[in-house]
Design a protein around this ligand. Structure first.
Ligand code: SPQ
Length: 427
């Protein structure tokens, strides 16, 4: 797919529903009594993988243009799957579903695509095994395919070495079935959508600092969930509006949960003009409209520590944005980027170098010297949706033509991304 410089980005947009929240609505709805109705559900490939897995576990799910209806069967109502559960490209589906499957009275096998088969699963296998789970990596490499034999589980207190919502959520979901309470202590707070939504469905999850504790064996009840717009998807338009002169966009109804809003904090630290309007709060999840305008000179910044989990998926786009800022931007403590859909440190650095940027990879991030103009190049997304979207935006602020191979992978989290971008660049 080819991209050229854009002269403006103007208009109003609603980005699709939050991917993390959409996954969880299906999973928690499946484990609830009664029906869960989800509106603004993200119909990206990852969330469709979650729907497909729960259908194979005996849950009736209606997917209509307006809403998703999940006819839950309660905590103990899942049925043994007759086939392998295919989690596609989705790390969230793969890891969270393991927490549930470990406690079921049946065996299951799950697998995903080539990328999923390289992503580390030991991070969930270890704590789940401590709870009594029987979970095996069939190739013995700590990755999918995974085989699970359901077992009775024990509550644990787990000090996670990594700030990961997927690890935390897998353990909390297993904790629903344990014989006593289960706690997860993180080194820094990761996104807390599971804690918020589990409580909304009737579980008891308490949080203190970076510790989340769940009480076992609640009755979960189906609910209405209105999924807010995904701040990770909004990020591409935020960055584009800051990089392309003469831009002004209003992004409506974006989830601005403080465990996800690091992108806004970084943009402000860089001097960007972003205004939050119509702040609202729905069932524990804050939302706002984001007004973003070009025109302010951006300056480099340092991003690390506890901020990293709040913007981990936004770092490829932030690295591109940093090329348009005065001075140095340092991204550190972000080694998790290496184990996402692709190695997002290496690929961001190589692609940006190909476009003429002054960027260096480090062990846990990258260093960008802003101010070097970018030029078109032939790039690959490596089937990573966040790489494809970040470099489509980079191309709009670069000289010449940029070709992105395997650009269609945006369907993982934002199927209409190119159409929306096209509309906004027409002003
Ligand atoms: O689901 P998947 O493939 O892991 O998706 C990514 C993404 O870029 O969309 C990561 F590659 O998002 C993760 C995110 O990085 C989604 C997520 C969640 O919904 O719980 C949490 C984060 O991962 P982690 O490992 O830090 O918990």
């Amino acid at each position: 797919m080819e991209f050229k410089r854009a002269t403006t980005l103007k208009g109003e947009i609603r980005v699709p529903g939050d991917k993390s929240i959409s996954h969880r609505a299906v999973m928690f709805g499946a484990l609830s009594e009664g029906t869960t109705e989800v509106t603004n559900f993200l119909k990206g490939a990852d969330c469709l993988s979650t729907i497909d897995c729960f259908r194979r576990l005996g849950i009736e799910i209606e997917n209509t243009p307006e809403r998703i209806l999940i006819h839950g069967r309660g905590l103990h109502g899942l049925q043994a799957p007759s086939q392998i559960l295919d989690t596609g490209n989705s790390g969230t589906t793969t890891r969270l579903i393991c927490g549930i499957l470990c406690a079921q009275p049946f065996e299951s096998t799950l697998n995903g695509d080539a990328s999923i088969q390289t992503r580390p699963m030991k991070r969930i296998m270890l704590p789940l095994s401590q709870m009594g789970a029987d979970i095996t990596s069939l190739k013995g490499n700590g990755c999918a395919p995974l085989h699970i034999v359901g077992r009775p589980l024990h509550g644990i207190q787990y000090h996670s070495p990594v700030a990961s919502a997927q690890v935390k959520s897998a353990i909390l979901l297993a904790g629903l079935y344990a014989d006593s309470e289960t706690s997860v202590i993180e080194p820094a707070l990761s996104r807390n959508h599971s804690e918020i939504m589990l409580n909304y469905f009737g579980a008891t999850v308490t949080t203190e600092g970076t510790t989340a504790t769940i009480q076992p064996n609640p009755v979960l009840t189906g609910q209405k969930v209105e999924v807010p717009g995904d701040i990770s998807s909004a990020t591409y338009f935020i960055a584009a509006a800051l990089m392309i002169p003469d831009s002004e966009i209003l992004i409506k109804n974006v989830g601005v949960n403080p465990t996800r809003d690091g992108i806004l904090r970084v943009c402000k630290a860089m001097g960007a003009d972003i205004i939050l309007q119509n702040a609202s709060f729905d069932k524990g999840e804050p939302t706002a409209d984001l007004l973003v305008r070009s025109g302010k000179a951006l300056r480099g910044t340092t991003i690390g520590g506890d901020l990293i989990p709040t913007l981990i998926d936004e770092l490829p786009m932030i690295a591109v944005l940093a090329c348009f800022a005065e001075g140095t931007t340092v991204i550190r403590d972000a080694q998790e980027l290496k184990v996402k859909e692709s190695n997002r440190i290496d690929i961001v650095v190589n692609n940006l170098k190909a476009m003429g940027a002054d960027i260096t990879a480090t062990d846990d991030g990258m260093i960008i010297e802003g101010g070097q103009p970018l030029h078109g190049a032939v790039l690959d997304s490596y089937h990573d949706h966040r790489i494809a979207m970040s470099f489509a935006i980079a191309a709009l602020a670069a000289d010449g033509v940029t070709t992105i191979r395997n650009a269609e992978c945006v369907n993982i989290s934002y199927p209409t991304f190119y159409e929306d971008l096209d509309r906004l660049t027409r002003g």
